[in-house]
Design a protein around this ligand. Structure first.
Ligand code: ZN
Ligand code: ZN
Length: 232
């Protein structure tokens, strides 16, 4: 196995494709969680990290929740103290009156496109950025492996990617998809579509006595396959 970052990504992707659920979702989530831990345990006093953290007033809601779940009060306190200072600085710079001559009531009644004077907390979240980079790296490795055929068995086996990541892969590939990925998705959705049909059929009184099979949880499986693990 290659020791290069790309070789490592390929190895991780193969491992993830052997498990249930979207391989890219799983790897991206893991990359985000590792980066979050690295930030909290090693980088809270790093000036560049603090600068970026201040600019976004912290993490997005999903990563802030992940951070709280790790239970590291000290790391959170140091980072969010920096964000609190940033917010206080910005609040002190807001002018007393609206910039425009128009009355505030007039402004409020209109839809304006001005930038907010205080950033929305989590816009530009650092963990989201790290996840986007990881996602792009894994999608490239997936596309290469699907294109040269070396990942065909895994892609056509239990391994899969959700449709959200299939869509993103097609964008990374410049508006195209390798046939192995198309085939695997077509097969999965053909199966889901008929399971959903059977599920709906049970609601018809004429078929109410038919025994339930694997269609029982198809309404959950189709959402998981469409969106993957994350809902953001
Ligand atoms: Zn996914
Ligand atoms: Zn985030």
């Amino acid at each position: 196995m290659s020791e290069s970052p790309k070789g490592m990504s390929r190895f991780e992707l193969e491992e993830a494709l052997r498990q249930q659920g979207c391989a890219v979702c799983r790897l991206v989530e893991r990359a985000g969680s590792s980066y979050l831990e690295y930030l909290l345990y090693d980088l809270v006093n790093d000036p560049d990290v603090q600068k970026e953290f201040r600019a976004s007033l912290g993490f997005c809601a999903s990563h802030a929740q992940g951070m709280l779940e790790k239970g590291d009060g000290l790391g959170v306190a140091i980072l969010y103290r920096a964000a609190a200072k940033e917010l206080l600085g910005r609040l002190s710079k807001i002018p007393d009156a609206p910039r425009s001559r128009a009355s505030l009531a007039g402004l409020l009644g209109r839809s304006t496109k001005a930038e907010p004077i205080i950033p929305e907390p989590g816009e530009g979240c650092m963990v989201c950025d790290a996840e986007r980079q990881a996602e792009r790296r894994y999608l490239q490795v997936l596309l290469e492996g699907a294109e040269d055929g070396s990942l065909d068995n895994l892609v056509k086996g239990s391994g899969s990617v959700c449709v959200r990541h299939l869509s993103r892969a097609s964008a990374v590939a410049g508006g195209w998809l390798p046939s192995a990925l198309i085939e695997a998705t077509r097969e999965a959705f053909g199966d889901l579509e008929s399971d959903l049909g059977r599920y709906v059929r049970h609601s018809d009184y004429r078929f109410q006595d038919e025994p339930w099979g694997k269609e029982r949880d198809s309404w959950k499986r189709v959402v998981a396959r469409m969106l993957g693990r994350r809902r953001v």
